[in-house]
Design a protein around this ligand. Sequence first.
Ligand SMILES: [Fe+2]
Length: 476
Amino acid sequence: MAHRQAFYDPFASIHLRLEESTPSYSISEWFPAPLPNHETPDGEAAIMMMSDQSPIALKPLPLPLIIANPSPDTDGDLESQRGRASIQLPIKGQGVIAVRVPPGDCEGLTISVWSSSSGVFPPTMLSLNLRKKSCSLEYSTPDNTTPIEWKKPKSEQASYLQEGTVEETYWLSVDRPNGWIRWGRGYTNVALATGEVELKYKDDTGVMVWKDKGKFEWLDTVQDVRYTLWGPNYDNSNAKIVVLPLPLVADLPPYIINNSDVTLSDLENNNFTVPQNLTPECQRLYHNVAGANILLDDKSFPYFSQAIQESVNTEGKLGFNMLAKKAAEFGKPDIEGTYLRITLGRDMGDSPGVPYVLEIWPAGHYSPIHDHGDSNAVIKVLHGLIHAKYFDSLTVQPRPNQIGTAILKQGDITWLSPNNYQVHQLCNPDGKGPTGLVAITIQCYRYTDQDKVHHESFRYLEKDGGPEVKEFVPNS
Ligand SMILES: [Fe+2]
């Protein structure tokens, strides 16, 4: 998929299908009861639902996205142009609402959930309010509104509405089974949560129950969703909303193992994922490189990895000289800030460059922080150690935030997809020197099959550079 933003957002894999769909749904199909101040549609929003791996429905739908007569905003008297849209969760009490916010001077985003099945209007609501200098989660009845205290996995500022220089996705996850309300920015992962609150606890019988039954029990049947998006002179006509049917509970871990190796402990602790949990493209890549014979030191050349190590560690030898030539590849000359890439096979047109790449990482060498053109990838460590660091976005200011890490040793296999681990940095953590242990990986890439906008490059940030995102065309 083309680089529409630094991280994957839930819109990525369904973007193209939108053009093939027929907008044939009326507003009445989506509104169980008329909304107050509901006015004539003056814009169009795309309403889409999808699972984590593939769309389950796609319905472009005319909506009252821009209200013709601006009303005072909730924070003051500012004249605002408001965008509103409503939709229902496909499963009562759970799901993720993701709103794509176009760039511009947006002053506020509110996502509210309620249950119209009670027949009471206005209903009891839970609302997430994101502003440029505040974030609040509120519980409101027809009579009053009370704030809910929430936890801050990163910082309070991280949950604020960001400066609108680039398109951003903000999401809210409602998790009825476990009682978690989470929200965040970027792709829909628990690791990207910027705020969360746990509204249930496990009682003596082991059942999860609401902490304040009278206050929150209605969340069991919550299904209606509305968002408002506003700002003076803010053009919100390209805003979009996506609803995912499952809440965000736990992210898939970065390590893949074969299903025959999974233990009960692994299931309990979420240590590994099996390839069957991944995108079809990652499954395909996994089965191409996971085999026992994808290795360096075979009978024909049992000392291959040792020879590579000596070549890159010894001044004047081929590997060392090649690295020296590439020292300025990602910015200021820095021989440790690069690595060697050797392509295998040919570019079949379904990946950014040649799909199979052998990468050689001398001790202490590292990549820049980069993304993968919204492609899928599987990486197998053939020799040595690789330290993977995962980040939230290339474009977040002042620099990306690290959201996770993984240490991969020889034989380990990891993955990334448009939805997970898309922005990372790899390094060989071994100590530099003539005996430093070289790391060698095979990386393979594949675009999502529906992706018809192949961006033949990765994007990266220079180590000591500014916020400018650079482009890197994969080559050998
Ligand atoms: Fe990478």
